[in-house]
Write a protein that binds this ligand. Structure first.
Ligand code: PSU
Ligand code: MN
Length: 304
């Protein structure tokens, strides 16, 4: 057993019995949503995964350990503690050696999941190439992680705060399959549409599981994006969100927000500018991703 990892009893048992497990990130809790919606979301997402017959493993860093699964008290800490760092691959070793508390992004959660032997992960949206990324070089570490770590990420696509076209180009270059789950169009998080296609469409968890198994049995390292659009009833229209996104981006630029502060700033501003509607959409799409990820984790175990 890896000395840097600790497990909840539920996850340890699931690993020992080779039960389906779904990894969850903590950045979405600590830096992606306000309290108390964040803790409600974190609890309900775990319940959704259990209801589908899989075990949730929310991942975060605390006390010099990568926690694979969090108890209620630890979940509360990630939801309320004001000193939680945001951790990507770069930050991972220092977070452990310093004993600080760190919320894992998509990239860091993939690392923790892979170390624990978990290959399915549910989140909201992935980071990507930022708009004007061709000059700022702001490209999320999520993309390079997807290129190298064997974890399938179920998400609602990438937010249009990003340059979706360049994000998809980067993923193609790095060999990351982008699967449309019951969709031909790559979704843009708040909206079901983006104007960009997916690499291929699959409509059944078993088909996604077969594709992943084939990829990994061939030794083709890296993850995959399972792009699952937000449910129709919770979706915002691309046109209605574009103005808000543009305003939030302008404010970030004026206030010289850079580095890892950019994404949390934009999420919080978009929530304010939509009077909370973006947050409702965000929560709905996370629940939908958790359900599909659990079905995929079950299908992966069944297809062995
Ligand atoms: N998208 C959301 N909420 C989030 C994030 C993305 O809707 O909280 C987080 C994820 O943890 C993702 C990270 O990995 O933002 C990307 O940050 P950056 O752009 O700094 O790489
Ligand atoms: Mn960045």
């Amino acid at each position: 057993m890896n000395p840097y990892l600790t497990y909840t009893d539920e996850v340890r048992e699931a690993l020992a019995l080779s039960k389906p497990i779904v990894a969850l990130e903590t950045t979405i809790i600590s830096h992606g949503m306000p309290y108390p919606q964040n803790i409600e979301m974190a609890r309900k997402v775990e319940a959704i995964i259990r209801a589908e017959g899989a075990v949730p493993a929310t991942i975060g860093i605390m006390d010099g350990k990568v926690k694979i699964g969090l108890n209620e008290q630890e979940l509360e800490a990630f939801a309320t503690n004001k000193h939680v760092d945001k951790v990507s691959r770069r930050d991972f070793p220092y977070m452990l050696s310093s004993g600080r508390i760190g919320a894992t992004t998509v990239s860091a959660t993939m690392i923790g999941a892979a170390l624990a032997g978990i290959h399915v992960f549910a989140t909201g949206g992935i980071g990507g190439v930022h708009r004007e990324g061709e000059t700022t070089m702001d490209v999320s570490a999520d993309l390079t992680e997807l290129a190298r770590t064997n974890v399938a990420v179920v998400c609602a696509g990438a937010k249009s705060i990003l340059d979706i076209g360049r994000t998809l180009e980067f993923l193609e270059t790095h060999g990351v399959p982008v699967v449309g789950y019951k969709t031909d169009e790559f979704p843009s998080f708040y909206a079901r549409e983006s104007g960009y296609g997916v690499d291929f469409r699959l409509d059944e968890p078993a088909q996604v599981a077969d594709m992943l198994r084939t990829k990994w049995e061939l030794g083709l390292e890296g993850g995959a994006i399972i792009a699952n659009p937000v449910p129709v009833e919770s979706a915002l229209k691309q046109e209605e969100i574009e103005g808000v996104i543009q305003q939030a981006l302008n404010e970030a630029k004026e206030q010289r927000i850079t580095g890892k502060k950019v994404t949390p700033f934009l999420l919080a501003r978009i929530k304010e500018l939509t009077a909370g509607r973006s947050l409702e959409t965000n929560i709905a799409l996370v629940y939908n991703n958790a359900k599909v990820a659990a079905q995929l984790a079950v299908a992966l175990k069944a297809s062995k």
